[in-house]
Design a protein around this ligand. Structure first.
Ligand code: 13P
Length: 287
């Protein structure tokens, strides 16, 4: 069954570990992430960007696919289906389609507008039992054409958004989407500490989980991060394994061209990446 992310994140915050959000792009991605979570008895959040939602033929298709898989694969661990970096319109569409968790990313609006639009979603999500993630301080890098500048969030603004009653808060602390540049100075733990002081118990979300050194991720979790988002790293692992299969000419041997065979090494690579991340996040066995 799909569940809100609220309970799993509150437990993670109290237990000093983080739940992984892994973004899905297609059937293989979804299946690999669900199977790994079940195998490791870890709660999991499936992230869907608006671009990926469109690619997968719309939110109704995504909900149908995920629900079907949970049933067919006998998935017993808590699974939240979460809109990633949603617009206000996207958030409404996902609520209607049956997502169990929503992110409304109002970080590119002036804070008053972000507060106004986030407020409009708080009550609806509350009534429907859907978890809601808000964002302050745009995450850097580029994701699905949305380019953030990697600002650090203002702790006072974080408090204003947290006080609205959202479930979790993404606050920029120098993190960026995609690969980190060589000269990246690292996460701003001083900013994270100040945010935590302002927002109290609110579970914090660390976006841009790809390529952040393990020790930094663990320190962020100790300081109040309860959800870490990973997308690019699964994509890199998938494409490297697929390239190897093709370059070794395996598709030219027997029925090696069968799509299920072509995609199998990439799937194994996604599973290994998800497992490695879950080990770092400390969520294995927490379902
Ligand atoms: P990465 O692609 O850098 O792992 O970031 C994922 C993310 O934050 C999704 O919101």
């Amino acid at each position: 069954m799909l569940v809100s992310a609220k309970e799993m994140l509150n437990k993670a915050r109290d237990g000093h570990y983080a739940v992984g959000q892994f973004n899905i792009n297609n059937l293989e991605w979804t299946k690999c992430i669900l199977q790994t979570a079940e195998e490791l008895k870890a709660p999991v959040i499936l992230g869907v960007s608006e671009g990926a939602g469109k690619y997968m033929c719309g939110y109704d298709t995504v909900v149908g696919m995920v629900k079907g898989m949970i049933k067919c694969l006998n998935i017993t661990v808590p699974v939240a289906l979460h809109l990633d970096h949603g617009t206000f319109e996207g958030a409404k569409a996902c609520i209607n389609a049956g997502f169990s968790s929503i992110m409304f990313d109002g970080s590119h609006y002036p804070i008053d507008e972000n507060l106004k639009l986030t407020t409009a979603l708080v009550n609806t999500c509350d009534i429907l039992g859907i978890s809601l993630e808000a964002e302050v301080g745009a995450i850097g890098g580029e994701e699905d054409g949305v380019v953030g500048m990697g600002e650090c969030a203002d702790p006072a603004e974080c408090k204003m958004i947290a006080d609205l009653g959202v479930t979790m808060l993404a606050a920029g602390i120098g993190n960026i989407h995609g690969k980190y540049p060589e000269n990246w100075p690292g996460l701003r733990f001083d900013v994270l500490e100040n945010i935590k002081k302002e927002v109290g118990d609110m579970p914090l979300v660390l976006h841009g989980g790809t390529g952040i050194p393990e020790e930094m991720v663990k320190k962020a979790i100790n300081l109040g991060v309860a959800k870490v988002n990973v997308n690019t790293e699964c994509q890199i692992a998938f494409s490297a394994a697929t390239r190897k299969y093709i370059e070794e000419g395996k598709d030219l041997v027997g029925k090696g061209f069968d799509p299920r065979k072509v995609l199998a090494p990439g799937c194994e690579a996604i599973k290994a990446t998800v497992k490695e991340k879950m080990e770092i996040f400390g969520c294995i066995g927490k379902a």
